[in-house]
Design a protein around this ligand. Structure first.
Ligand code: FE
Length: 183
């Protein structure tokens, strides 16, 4: 099976579930995040990272109801490992850092916290709350910190009920050309 068919079938299998505590599905959320990345003329690796940033949720079963969560599932680590093997660091690293990026923005940008959705505020607690000063410095030194912050903004934007976006199939070529085996 090609990598793009594998990804499309993952979304077909479990992407129709609601994106935790939001009113859009996992697939809609992925497509909207990629849509906002494209709107800002992000480079292809980052558009792909935006599209696939929550793939960790689809790779492992998590409770459908956010209220069942007693700890964070670390979906960003699961997703990043999967993406690293298939697309390399430029796609995987922003994904690995997209949850820390939220904790970073909460600590460094007061208006950011005010913009978070109620579900995102709930998961923030599970994720460790805003970063400490030491964590902020460590995060900022990561080579992909700026990309992760951009990805985080698209992630937060991608929760619009009824927004029409290009379908998954529109990303088939991007997926295949970015796959490591294609190089
Ligand atoms: Fe997300």
């Amino acid at each position: 099976m090609s990598i793009s068919s594998e990804i499309i079938s993952l979304y077909e299998r479990s992407g129709s579930c609601n994106y935790f505590g939001e009113r859009v599905s996992m697939t809609e959320h992925a497509l909207q995040s990629a849509y906002f990345a494209r709107e800002t003329q992000a480079r292809p690796a980052l558009i792909l990272a935006a599209l696939l940033h929550d793939i960790g949720h689809l790779l492992e079963a998590v409770p459908a109801d956010l209220a069942d969560w007693t700890h964070d599932s670390r979906h960003e680590e699961v997703g990043a490992r999967w993406l690293e093997a298939r697309f390399g660091t430029e796609v995987a690293e922003p994904v690995r850092l997209h949850v820390p990026a939220k904790r970073y923005l909460c600590a460094t940008n007061p208006s950011y916290l005010a913009r978070l959705s109620p579900a995102s505020i709930r998961t923030l607690e599970l994720q460790g709350g805003p970063m400490s000063a030491v964590e902020v410095a460590r995060f900022a030194a990561e080579p992909y910190a700026a990309d992760a912050v951009l990805l985080r903004e698209w992630d937060d934007q991608g929760k619009v009920v009824g927004l029409s976006t290009p379908p998954l199939a529109a990303y088939q070529e991007l997926i295949e050309t970015r796959a490591l085996h294609a190089r």
